[in-house]
Design a protein around this ligand. Structure first.
Ligand code: SF4
Length: 86
């Protein structure tokens, strides 16, 4: 396997992208959020994905196993150094 970028190892490759963009994080959409987070929990590049989403200020979707609200909370803290391959 030729790995050039962390996205090459993403566990969500081949998964319907709609799963990662629930219409809300409450009510029935909570089931979708939990399902997306389960995919992220088994992903080998969760830290890279979360780091990217935090640095990009990604406003929507599940990235690195986090919801937009969870990332807003995390952005209150200083970011760790970017991994070497960024
Ligand atoms: S952490 Fe989740 S959204 Fe990010 S690459 Fe992995 S499976 Fe995809």
């Amino acid at each position: 396997m030729n790995i050039e970028h962390w996205t090459d190892l993403a566990a969500c490759k081949g998964v319907d992208p709609e799963l990662f963009y629930p219409v809300s994080v409450a009510g029935p959409a909570q089931i979708q959020v939990e399902e997306a987070k389960r995919v992220c929990a088994g992903c080998p590049v969760t830290a890279d994905c979360l780091n990217w989403a935090l640095r990009a200020g990604e406003p929507a979707g599940i990235w690195g196993g986090t919801t937009p609200d969870e990332r807003r909370y995390l952005r209150l803290k200083p970011l760790p150094a970017a991994p070497a391959w960024h």
